[in-house]
Write a protein that binds this ligand. Structure first.
Ligand code: NAD
Ligand code: IPM
Ligand code: MN
Length: 353
């Protein structure tokens, strides 16, 4: 089969991690007899430099005409002083919105080989750690009205509507049904009206899923529970802002933010696949970035958008095998590791396919 993939390499380490991941995908194509046709498009800082906008319309059009989108990371210090709507990050938010990608799945799964890479004690990490963060991606304070009152102050409106909460809640409950059967909804309902509303809608949707256990945590407590007892979680259902923060925290349970992939999905099979981390300007251009989060995002793309689950399994097994052979980028390296760069990590994964 022939698949159309739009590719947004992005800024900072974006091109390095995406190029390594495309080579893995090409090898999968060779092995299983698929062709992946890439169309490279610009967004973020690269698009600002080339076209003076963080999200050219052409990028949106080509993404919409593709089977899936692969994205590295956007942003960097070069563009940090631009006004909010002209920043690279506005391109990322704009593309998620334009493509209707309201559900961001961020799986924090520990590869046993990386138990020692996490700063948390081994007994807390435990066995078989597997938490799925279901983050709402096109609402919340990210997309509410923004105001700036000269030098005096500023505001960002936090809001959620019933359809927005209902659809993301269903994604979380449907996921939980196929996994550990538990949803923990995370909010700040002791303070925020938005969160009280969120909680009431989640409780209504829960009635459609009598077999799924539901509990609620305030976000401050959830942040603490994640590092003291992560095994209580199966699916974490939360809003855009809390999900952003908690997923970076959850990534450290797996050893590094460089390990966590994500799928951004809408109503159909189409999706955008992106590591949860950013453009890591501190290590960009040095061949130090860990490409595994992006490689695992490619596996999610094969599974969710292209329906190629054997191929996805193959990539995940190859990552595991490579880690078992001791190969590590700097962010996950330990005492006896074979420390490799981004390019070599990609090549080692390809050899393990
Ligand atoms: P970051 O995730 O880029 O980096 C945080 C830390 O993690 C850094 O020390 C970095 O070196 C390290 N790190 C991140 N990814 C890594 C990898 N694959 N391998 C090894 N180490 C890795 O977060 P930040 O520094 O807060 O943000 C930098 C820029 O990225 C900002 O412009 C921010 O807006 C943007 N950003 C973009 C995305 C995205 O495009 N999805 C996500 C987060 C941040
Ligand atoms: C992420 C990033 C983005 C977000 C930024 C860069 C807009 O942190 O993908 O996690 O907050 O969603
Ligand atoms: Mn983030």
């Amino acid at each position: 089969m022939n698949y159309k993939i739009a590719v947004i390499k992005g800024d900072g380490i974006g091109p390095e991690i995406v190029e390594a991941s495309m080579k893995v995908l090409d090898k999968i194509g060779e092995k299983y007899n698929h062709t992946f046709d890439y169309t490279e498009v610009l967004a973020g800082g690269a698009a600002i430099d080339a076209c003076d906008t963080p999200l050219p319309q052409k990028t949106v059009d080509i993404c919409k005409a593709s089977d899936a989108v692969l994205l590295g990371a956007l942003g960097g210090p070069k563009w940090d002083n631009l006004p909010g709507d002209k920043r690279p990050e506005a391109g990322l938010l704009g593309i998620r919105k334009a493509l209707g990608l309201f559900a961001n799945l961020r799986p924090a799964m520990l590869f046993e080989e990386l138990r020692d890479a996490s700063p948390l004690k081994s007994e807390i990490i435990g066995d078989g750690l597997d938490v799925l963060v279901v983050r709402e991606l096109t609402g919340d304070v990210y997309f509410g009205e923004k105001k700036k009152d000269g030098d005096f102050g500023a505001s960002d409106l936090m809001n959620y509507t019933r359809p927005e909460v209902e659809r993301i809640a269903r994604v979380a409950f449907d996921s939980a049904k196929k996994r550990g059967g538990k949803v923990t909804s995370v909010d700040k309902a002791n303070v925020l009206e938005t969160s009280r509303f969120w909680r009431s809608v989640v409780l209504e949707i829960a009635k459609e899923y009598p077999d799924v256990e539901l509990d609620h945590l305030y976000v401050d407590n959830a942040a603490m529970q994640l590092v003291i007892n992560p095994h209580q979680f199966d699916v974490i259902l939360t809003g855009n802002l809390f999900g952003d923060i908690l997923s970076d925290e959850a990534s450290m349970l797996t050893g590094s933010i460089g390990m966590l992939p994500s799928a951004s999905l809408g109503e159909g099979k189409f999706g955008m696949y992106e590591p949860i981390h950013g453009s890591a300007p501190d290590i960009a251009g040095q061949d130090k970035a860990n490409p595994i989060a992006t490689v695992l995002s490619v596996a999610m793309m094969l599974r969710y958008s292209l329906g190629l689950s054997d191929e996805a399994d193959n990539i995940e097994e190859a990552v595991k095998k490579t880690l078992a052979q001791g190969y590590r980028t700097g962010d996950i390296a330990g005492d006896n590791s074979n420390v490799v760069g981004c390019v070599e990590m990609g090549e080692r994964i390809i050899s393990s396919l």
